[in-house]
Design a protein around this ligand. Structure first.
Ligand SMILES: Nc1ncnc2c1ncn2[C@@H]1O[C@H](COP(=O)(O)OP(=O)(O)OP(=O)(O)O)[C@@H](O)[C@H]1O
Length: 428
């Protein structure tokens, strides 16, 4: 099968056929691999020693395939691991696009192509009890949770780390978990600890989803893809003719086929909990079937009296009163109802990604304008202007530089200093 390798100035090209076994290429170096960029000399990208155990977390996507390629080509103790976190038949009523078995088959094929062993682990129970059920519970109570953040915390870097600790217990070699996330974990030479940073390629930055991953494991994790752009990764995959080179990027939660159908999906699991639809003046205009059935900014579905100046116009859902189980609607042009520059955080949910960080350090840094935050992934970060605390309610008000749309209780606010993640908490 393997025919001929032609080496060009920078890239590798294969004249015909596919690479059957990567071991045949081990002696050829590729200058694109392990090319790391750090914000300054204080931080560096750590790499394993040659005898270390390296586990590549493989989803069957192109990013984790290229990650595996880089390490398989340069290290000897490399293996792939695939997590099965849900099974399609568990999800009633939804037109599921889960492809667990075919993804696993592709991971096996790619590991075969790279000549590394791989295994499949089943973390369905953990996903169900620690991510899926809490997500339903949050929606049921009117919050807008982010299950991807929970999945990283409890499964991809929770159960997985527990599994690897057991697997390598008693072995003298250090082990590493390497993933294909668009984020960076860099070693801070001053504190001898690793920190999480945004990816260079902002269009794909996934650091927001990693805001709750356990900070004590960062020294065992590598995210090389955060140093590259997606086109660079696709180029590498193409040049090596990786089996996954043309695979499209995955889109959100696999068990829901279309984002638009997410409400129908939730209705399958959450019993109705009718409540009133009200305007800010307290007037009742209709009923909703559950707070989860509405998103802030969506059309209210109420035909308001167009002859009445006070109520004419288009009305949208602007807020949820969780205690009263009410949906609040506001006229579309009521900017103050939809755009806010103060975000209220529940401090009891706050998690410092940097163990020795605290609020007074953050406050000192506010004046230089480097403290910024995001309330959703891929959002242009907002500069934090001020933070005030209400210690009796265990809340903090984070004031940002501009009014932004659609702040919802249950979302996570992630706090950064420049590109480095400091911590995160849940909006209340
Ligand atoms: N089922 C899985 N098994 C093992 N690792 C996974 C799995 N799903 C995701 N990962 C890891 O998490 C990273 C980011 O996940 P994400 O869902 O964004 O990836 P993807 O878009 O499906 O695939 P890829 O990032 O590999 O192109 C993956 O690159 C991979 O390292």
């Amino acid at each position: 099968m393997f025919k001929k390798v032609v080496i060009t100035t920078q890239k590798l090209q294969f004249s015909t056929g596919q690479i059957s076994k990567l071991s045949q290429l081990r002696s050829i170096s590729d200058s694109r691999f392990f090319k790391f960029k750090t914000p300054n000399d204080r931080y560096k990208q750590i790499l394993p020693d040659k005898d270390d155990e390296i586990v590549i977390s493989m989803s069957s996507g192109v990013d984790s395939s290229v990650t595996a390629l880089m390490f398989a080509k340069n290290y000897k103790n490399v293996r792939g691991i695939f997590m099965a976190n849900w099974s399609p038949d568990k999800f009633v009523g939804s037109n599921s696009t889960c492809t667990i078995d075919s993804d696993w088959l592709q991971v096996r094929e790619i590991c075969n192509q790279l000549n590394i062993p791989c295994e499949r682990v089943n973390f369905e129970k953990e996903y169900w009890t620690q991510v899926f059920e809490p997500m339903l519970d949050q929606y049921q109570h009117g919050y807008t949770p982010n299950p991807d953040i929970g999945c990283n915390k409890y499964v991809k870097f929770g159960k997985m780390i527990e599994y690897l600790n057991k697997l390598f217990s008693g072995k003298s070699n250090k082990w590493w978990l390497v993933t294909g996330h668009y984020a960076k974990i860099l070693y801070d030479k001053e504190t001898n600890q690793s920190r999480l940073f945004r990816a260079d390629y902002k269009k794909k930055d996934q650091s927001y989803y990693l805001t709750s991953m356990p900070n004590n494991i960062l020294n065992n994790i590598i995210m090389p893809i955060g140093h590259y752009t997606k086109p660079e990764i696709r180029d590498i995959a193409n040049d090596y003719n990786l089996l996954t080179k043309d695979k499209p990027d995955s889109q959100g939660l696999c068990f829901v086929s279309q984002v638009g159908k997410f409400k129908d999906f939730l209705n399958e699991y959450i019993p109705p909990n009718p409540g009133n639809i009200v305007t800010k003046d307290g007037k009742i205009w209709g009923k909703h079937q559950g707070l989860w059935s509405a998103t802030i900014g969506q059309k209210s579905g109420i035909s308001m009296p167009q002859g009445d100046n006070k109520y004419k116009g288009v009305w949208l859902v602007s807020d949820k009163n969780i205690e009263k189980n009410e949906l609040i609607i506001s006229r579309k042009d009521d900017k103050d109802a939809f755009y806010k520059d103060i975000i209220n955080i529940n401090l009891s949910t706050w998690y410092w990604m940097i163990p020795d960080m605290n609020w007074s350090i953050v406050e000192k840094n506010l004046i230089d304008g480097t403290i910024n935050c995001q309330i959703r992934s891929l959002q242009i970060p907002n500069i934090v202007k001020n933070i005030t605390f209400n210690t009796t309610n265990s809340n903090a008000n984070i004031q940002i530089n501009e009014k932004i749309f659609g702040i919802a209780a249950g979302q996570t606010l992630a706090l950064y200093k420049d590109e480095m993640l400091l911590g995160s908490g849940v909006i209340c």
